[in-house]
Design a protein around this ligand. Structure first.
Ligand code: NAD
Length: 244
């Protein structure tokens, strides 16, 4: 039996990018996986698709209940849905700050709140939050986004402390620049997408962007009993960027 066989996992934002790669990796290793997403129409069997908006508490509760019913319980929550934001503190107004915090931070809180009662019944309970190197790196033009990920990092540590005695581990991954549809959209918006991609790649110590599957590998490790003694940690998946 593999370390993933029989695990029942819910992946938010699982219809694209890092979430999709994670859902596919977990399912490929024998886990039963449900995907919660704004638009899960591209999600194929054996994944269980649950449509929900993480900014809407009722929709999150209904989707988590549907996932738990479909999977027969829940062992793993991958809190991954998130959106980007560019600019300094002068570039985004209060409404934009509230909108991005609502998705990136409160979205994870709502999903965890709905999932925790089910995770308590699991013998291998784990929550993995998708954070970012932006939480600690001091990236330019990312004030709002970085603040949301700083909150996700603190939330991970606090939740790890709150739930360790209940047998629920809470960790996060801190990806660098990952080749996902999100980055594709940013590149498409540039004057010269090819030159922008080359410049992004040149900033990576490895000379390339991180693959979504590489972040999925780190998430899968933290989600499985392989990391059974690990809680309250952030695992960098950034091609060495953080060390610079
Ligand atoms: P993506 O845009 O490819 O996928 C995000 C998914 O989240 C989409 O399927 C989208 O529909 C879903 N989503 C967005 N808002 C939602 C909502 N309100 N309710 C439910 N689902 C919603 O993005 P990605 O690059 O795979 O990013 C996933 C996570 O990784 C995010 O939390 C992001 O902050 C983080 N991250 C990404 C990078 C990167 O370079 N791509 C780097 C560090 C961290």
């Amino acid at each position: 039996m593999s370390d993933f066989e029989g695990l029942r996992a819910l992946v938010t934002g699982g219809a694209s990018g890092i979430g999709r790669a994670t859902a596919e990796l977990l399912a490929g290793r024998g886990a039963q996986v449900a995907v919660l997403d704004l638009d899960p129409s591209s999600v194929d069997k054996p994944l269980l698709a649950c449509r929900a908006d993480v900014t809407d508490d009722t929709s999150v509760r209904e989707a988590v209940a549907a996932a738990v019913a479909g999977l027969g319980g829940l062992d793993v929550l991958v809190n991954n849905a998130g959106i980007g934001a560019q600019g300094t503190v002068e570039d985004n107004d209060d409404a934009e700050w509230r909108r991005v915090f609502d998705v990136n931070v409160l979205g994870m809180v709502r999903t965890a709140r709905a999932a925790l009662p089910h995770l308590r019944a699991s013998a291998h309970a784990a929550i993995v939050n998708t954070c970012s190197i932006a939480a600690t790196a001091g990236l330019p033009q990312r004030a709002l986004y970085s603040a949301t990920k700083g909150a996700v990092y603190s939330l991970t540590l606090a939740m790890a402390a709150d739930h360790v005695r209940e047998g629920i581990r809470v960790n996060c991954v801190n990806p660098g620049t990952v080749d996902t549809p999100w980055i594709g959209r940013l590149l498409d918006a540039a004057d010269d997408p090819g030159a922008e991609r080359a410049s992004l790649e040149a900033r990576q110590p490895t000379g390339r962007l991180v693959a979504a599957a590489e972040v999925a590998g780190a998430i899968a490790y933290l989600a499985s009993p392989l990391s059974g003694a690990t809680t309250g940690t952030a695992l960098a998946v950034d091609g060495g960027m953080q060390g610079l």
